[in-house]
Design a protein around this ligand. Structure first.
Ligand code: B3K
Ligand code: ZN
Length: 847
């Protein structure tokens, strides 16, 4: 068995491939269970390579024939590919293979989704299509012919010719195989066009299944906005005559940036006011931008090897966050990114799966498409930009695009352009790429003779990946406020480079209150307890003002869990003040209301040496929500009414801000009126944002049955909306009912567990229900483990990803740890467990 002894691949072992690929011709004869793929590939010896072994990757392929320069050859086949004797000069390799897209449930390689053919090749899926050097540093020009009885036949690049039952495509831009794509099916095109700043007219199309035509307009506009933004902000224009996007129902992740032919999970592109929430619209806009931006950061400049994944992903996430900040609100985007970072990346960095932004080894690369590589990778670039300034960043990026266009590059290449463009030595900064773990920064202060001093001590907890972390370069944005709340020192960026370092601010008439880590200028944990209530009232930095509210809420919740205290008055007063401050952006106010997540509180308790009790945390959360609702009771009706939107629905920042606040207020109102207002909103809702929020509050209030039935009757034929129906019931279940609710849903006729969206909506939501998943009797652990074992042989990628639900297991009490340990053992002992899941479970257990 291929997976019985998984091999570890190391960054340090990189060597170039022995051959260059000059051109690739592929012909596909499509048939659901017997697709024939014929390849004609021109190879030439690579003068830069020492090893001339001719090894082509290939998995699950039936080789029909192979030829070199027209002569039949008999290669040596293994489960992972083939080797063959080849001439020591340029030659043409031809092979015909047969594959079975209909049986491909792993959704990697060429597969079928509702009868349509589509591909997913990143990271190593092309080897399931034909024999090829499937590694990102092998780049070539592809020509593709597709034969099949389908209305739409698509591949990368520009269309060359087509006829009844066939189409030819040519992609002039050399690319690695992971960017290859093919789509065939009975699809409908939603068309538009865009003229680039270079004067190229680009035909744009969004291909969807019949019935989804009405959900295309927003995605298309987002694409055009992204194309324009990349020209305006990064000077990057699009480079083909067409840009196609295809929506697919069965997809392992959000979307994929294949050259000229982006393939999207339907949930990440299809949108309409009646079926999508404001949050869906914002996510769709961001993902479309992300995939489009990859055209330069990922496709034109790709990665030398998969260890360099953050080179394209960190940078592209950073770029899409800049885009969203420009399209919507910068502070709100920053707050939502930091919530996400703390919710997903910090647990990774602080647990058994910790790895550097650029890992040094892996068994299955698909397991490293992580929050660390993506989100921390983006934070690292954000810090770099803060350190070199906007102008230095732009100069470095111009140099990067200029120098590395067409390259398969490395993090060393990336840092070198910054060093050259700005003259800055980034040797120490590079540790952000090589060290795992979240640095903690402890702050102490002193005021003497008009001089205020701040001392910062940094410490990164050691991990298996980084046993001996060294001091990192940490940009800390600081401002000082005077005792009356006025800002006495506007934001300055301090550069922390030592284990411990002090900074002085002379000439002050009174001891100031510091506002530290403004804008969350570095992905660290700040250990500092300033006067949060004062900062909440006066800070000029919107992020830190929100953070102050968050810190008050957190302290109050932790007090409730550990000492049984009720909601803290300073938190209640502070949040009430922000909530009713009509000068503030409603979206921002909605964020100020939100409490830190229950899993984050568990992490805080664990970090402070207390074993977290999930039920106690759940109760504290409930009590705080009730406390705030009681505190605000008199103003809720008025606030709710004030934030209803009368104008026709638009998913823009302004309207969605009002709806976000309106719905947050409705949640509180439901605690006062038992759900009458929520029922009214549900009954009258004309958009999904309001309908879904009301549904959730009705379930929470214990009167959701009728609404759930109506929602199901209304939306049973819309798979994306039904994902919400599945998810909401689990998310809003009481802790004692969550496992039973999820289990009952897995028996529902529409629970198609092979569809990753439906699986995640149900089991993923369950794993995210902190108190439900961690139910005392262990039923949650067993439920998830049962489903992971069921899904693994069908779809290893989605299974492996969801194993991370167990990554925090060492935080909990001995009984829970022992129950989880048994489930992990049971999964690990499953015969023929995939390489993906084996690696994840092994790493989690080794902690
Ligand atoms: N590059 C793809 C992710 C591929 C994941 C492979 N397991 C989507 C993205 O980051 O844009
Ligand atoms: Zn990406």
């Amino acid at each position: 068995m291929r997976d019985a002894t998984p091999q570890t691949i190391y960054l340090k072992d990189y060597t170039p491939f022995g051959f260059k690929v000059e051109e690739v011709h592929l012909t596909f004869d499509l048939a659901p269970s017997a697709t024939r793929v014929t390849s004609r590939i021109r190879f030439a010896p690579n003068p830069d390579a020492a090893d001339r072994t001719f090894f082509l990757h290939g998995e699950n392929l039936s080789l029909i024939s192979a030829k070199i320069d027209g002569e039949a050859v008999t290669p040596t086949l293994t489960d992972e590919g083939l080797t063959c004797d080849v001439p020591n000069m340029p030659f043409t390799w031809e092979a015909e293979v047969q594959i079975d897209p209909a049986a491909n449930t792993a959704l990697e390689g060429l597969y079928q989704s509702n009868g349509m053919y589509c591909t997913q090749c990143e990271a190593e899926g092309f080897r399931k299509i034909t024999y090829y050097p499937d590694r990102p540093d092998v780049m070539s020009v592809f020509s593709v012919r597709i034969n099949g009885p389908h209305a739409v036949l698509l591949s990368n690049g520009n269309p060359v010719a087509s006829g009844d039952g066939w189409a030819e495509w040519h992609d002039p831009w050399p690319k690695p195989a992971y960017l290859f794509a093919l789509v065939a099916g009975e699809l409908i095109a939603h068309r538009d066009s865009f003229t680039t700043m270079e004067g190229r007219k680009v035909d744009l199309a969004l291909y969807v299944r019949p019935g989804d035509e009405g959900k295309c307009a927003f995605g298309m506009q987002a694409l055009k906005d992204s194309m324009k933004w990349d020209e305006d902000v990064y000077g990057r224009a699009y480079d083909l005559d067409v840009f196609n996007i295809v929506a697919v129902d069965d997809f392992n992740m959000g979307a994929m940036e294949n050259k000229g032919l982006n393939i999207f999970n339907a949930s990440a592109v299809l949108a309409s006011p009646a079926t999508s929430t404001d949050g869906n619209f914002e996510r769709i806009e961001a993902i479309i931008a992300h995939e489009y931006f990859h055209n330069w950061t990922g496709n034109r400049i790709t990665c030398r090897d998969w260890f360099q994944l953050c080179l394209k992903e960190g940078l592209t996430v950073f770029r899409d966050s800049q885009f969203t900040a420009d399209m919507r609100s910068e502070p709100v985007k920053r707050i939502s990114d930091v919530i996400d970072l703390r919710g997903r990346q910090f647990p990774e960095d602080q647990g058994p799966l910790a790895h550097p932004v650029r890992p040094e080894s892996f068994q299955e690369i698909n397991n490293f498409y992580t929050a660390t590589v993506y989100e921390k990778g983006a934070e690292v670039i954000r810090m770099l930009k803060t350190l070199v300034g906007d102008e230095g960043y732009r100069k470095a990026l111009d140099l990067y695009f200029d120098r590395h266009d067409g390259d398969a590059a490395t993090i060393e290449d990336w840092l070198a352009v910054f060093e050259e463009a700005t003259g800055r030595d980034l040797t120490q900064f590079k540790r952000w790429y090589s060290q795992a773990g979240t640095p903690r920064v402890v702050v102490s202060e002193r005021f003497e003779d008009g001089t205020y001093s701040l001392n910062f001590a940094q410490h990164t907890p050691p991990s298996a990946a980084t046993p001996d972390p060294q001091a990192q370069v940490i940009p800390i944005a600081v401002g000082l406020l005077g005792p009356n709340g006025d800002e006495v020192l506007p934001t300055q960026v301090l550069e922390l480079t030592e284990d411990s370092q002090s900074f002085s601010f002379p000439g002050l008439s009174a001891k100031p209150v510091p506002s530290i880590l403004r804008g969350f200028s570095a992905p660290v944990v700040l250990d500092h307890t300033p006067d949060h209530a004062f900062l909440l009232a006066h800070d000029t930095d919107p992020f830190n003002r929100w953070e102050a509210a968050r810190n008050l809420g957190k302290a109050s919740l932790l007090g409730a869990v550990t000492k049984g205290t009720g909601p803290d008055a300073a938190w209640l007063d502070g949040v009430a003040g922000l909530l009713t401050d009509e000068a503030l952006d409603p979206a921002y106010r909605a964020y100020c209301l939100a409490l830190p997540g229950q899993s984050q509180l568990a992490a805080e308790l664990h970090g402070a040496g207390t074993t977290p009790d999930p039920d106690a945390i759940w109760t504290a959360h409930e009590d705080h929500r009730q406390g705030l609702s009681d505190r605000m009771a008199d103003v809720l009706q008025g606030l709710y009414a004030a934030h209803q939107v009368d104008s026709p629905y638009a998913p823009d920042a302004e309207q969605s801000g009002h709806r976000a606040l309106g719905n947050a207020v409705l949640a509180m109102l439901t605690r006062q009126d038992g759900g009458d207002a929520a029922q009214a909103q549900f009954d009258e809702a004309t958009n999904m944002t309001q309908q879904l929020a009301a549904l959730g509050y009705l379930i929470r209030a214990g009167r959701g049955d009728a609404a759930l039935a109506r929602f199901e009757a209304q939306w049973k034929d819309d798979r994306l909306v039904m994902d919400k129906w599945f998810g909401m019931q689990v998310m809003e279940a009481k802790p004692d009912d969550a496992a039973d609710t999820a289990k009952a849903l897995t028996k529902h006729a529409d629970f198609n567990w092979k569809n990753p969206n439906r699986f995640r909506a149900t089991l993923g939501s369950f794993a995210g229900h902190h108190a439900g998943f961690h139910a005392k009797d262990g039923s949650g652990y067993t439920l998830l483990a049962d489903w992971l074992i069921t899904l693994d042989p069908v779809n290893p990628q989605t299974t492996a990803r969801m194993c991370s639900a167990f990554q925090t297991w060492r935080r909990y009490d001995a009984i829970r740890q022992s129950m989880i340990g048994k489930e992990l053992e049971r999964i690990a002992a499953t015969p023929n467990l995939s390489r993906d899941t084996t690696e994840m479970i092994t790493r989690i257990r080794e902690a």
